[in-house]
Design a protein around this ligand. Structure first.
Ligand code: SF4
Length: 382
């Protein structure tokens, strides 16, 4: 096992050792999980085998989104498409509409593509290995490991942000993220239930690997929280290196963050009676396939005048009204600031090529990303 230089020095001067944790940690973790596991809509009852479709659906939704937000979306999807066959036969438009508001829309397109692939190439059954799962659209290393462990009992440890925090504290990992990821992955794997541990409640010898992973996820979200971890309640507190030093909250170490430069642009809210002018974004790229009002390009250091020159050309617009204030939105790689312009055209005005009129009353049925909801609300003066 490779530890950072500082960790190696500590190991040499400390009685705490990853191997001590490996000896007792997995069993302590499972005992704790059996008493304190969170009830979540996608989790089966204790001792029951998880449904791969539910595990997959929840894991895709939980990427970059919290449990509280995902819950209602998960229930809605399950009610409409109860299994992968049903989802694989749905239209992409319907899936995008149902997804609207959850953000990171490439996930919805991949979700649909994955269901189609499972139906077409695997007779509607998810592959039961990490390798097989990773070949599917939208399933990366973490999601493949999570599904393989939770749904199929494979001995693998998916490492999410919660698990990263617990493990980096437990072993006092000095290397900053993201470089520390491979080390944290190796250390996390030592917390998997060894064959035979805790197997009496759930079938075969490997079946509790998923419980080990979910135990760490739960521990990270309820006990080993980013601020003020409740170490007195933690089943691993006897082996925790950072707790022994009293500097738990300083882990995980993080490299200084580079945020993208602010981009600026304009959005155009054009109404014709009770209709709004919209278009569909290209399938590929950011917010792919989603509905939006026309906008200028989003560029660093773009001034208002340049952005306004990119307004859609419609008959009957004498001038654009600039709304006071701006709409801001933070994407993963850059913050965006949009100035909103409004205009009203008469009933005969035709939509420019590639755009369409939609009744304002049916906007809720459009796949509108949160950014566009904010823009439209701002344009309507809400
Ligand atoms: S003892 Fe505290 S810091 Fe260590 S793993 Fe448990 S909750 Fe986290």
């Amino acid at each position: 096992m490779t530890l950072s230089g500082a960790a190696i020095r500590r190991k040499q001067t400390s009685s705490l050792d990853p191997h001590d944790t490996a000896a007792t940690g997995p069993a302590l973790l499972l005992e704790w999980y059996d008493r304190h596991r969170r009830a979540l809509p996608w989790r089966p009852l204790s001792g029951e085998r998880a449904d791969p479709y539910r595990v997959w659906l929840s894991e895709i939704m939980l990427q970059q989104t919290g449990v509280k937000t995902v819950g209602p979306y998960f229930e809605k999807f399950l009610a409409r498409w109860p299994d992968v066959d049903a989802l694989g036969r749905a239209s992409l438009d319907d899936v995008l509409r149902m997804w609207a508001g959850l953000g990171y829309y490439s996930r919805a397109r991949n979700l649909h593509a994955c269901a189609v692939t499972v139906l077409r190439d695997h007779d509607g059954a998810f592959p039961d290995t990490e390798q097989g799962l990773r070949a599917l659209p939208g399933i990366g290393p973490y999601t493949a490991a999570a599904i393989a462990a939770i749904a199929f009992g494979r001995r693998t440890m998916p490492v999410d942000g919660n698990i990263e925090r617990v493990v980096s504290r437990l072993f006092a990992v000095e290397e900053p993220l993201p470089q520390a990821k491979p080390l944290i992955q190796r250390l996390a794997t030592t917390l998997l239930a060894a064959t035979g541990i805790g197997t009496s409640r759930a079938g075969d010898a490997e079946s509790r690997a998923g419980d080990s992973a979910q135990a760490l996820m739960d521990l990270g979200s309820s006990i080993c929280t980013p601020k003020k971890p409740a170490c007195a309640l933690c089943p691993l507190n006897g082996d925790c290196m950072s707790r022994a030093r009293g500097d738990q909250e300083t882990y995980p170490r993080k490299a200084a963050k580079k945020t993208g430069a602010l981009r600026r642009g304009a959005a155009f809210v054009v109404t014709r009676g009770d209709e709004l002018l919209v278009r569909t974004r290209p399938e590929k790229g950011m917010l792919g396939g989603m509905t939006e009002v026309p906008t200028s390009h989003w560029l660093d250091a773009q001034d208002d005048k340049t952005a306004l020159k990119q307004a859609p050309i419609l008959k009957g617009i004498a001038r654009w009204h600039r709304k006071a204030g701006v709409v801001t939105h933070v994407f993963t790689h850059f913050p965006l600031q949009l100035t909103v312009y409004t205009a009203t055209v008469d009933a005969r005005a035709r939509a420019p090529e590639g755009m369409r009129w939609v009744p304002v009353s049916t906007l809720k049925d459009e796949a509108l990303p949160n950014l566009m909801r904010k823009v439209i609300a701002h344009g309507f003066g809400e």
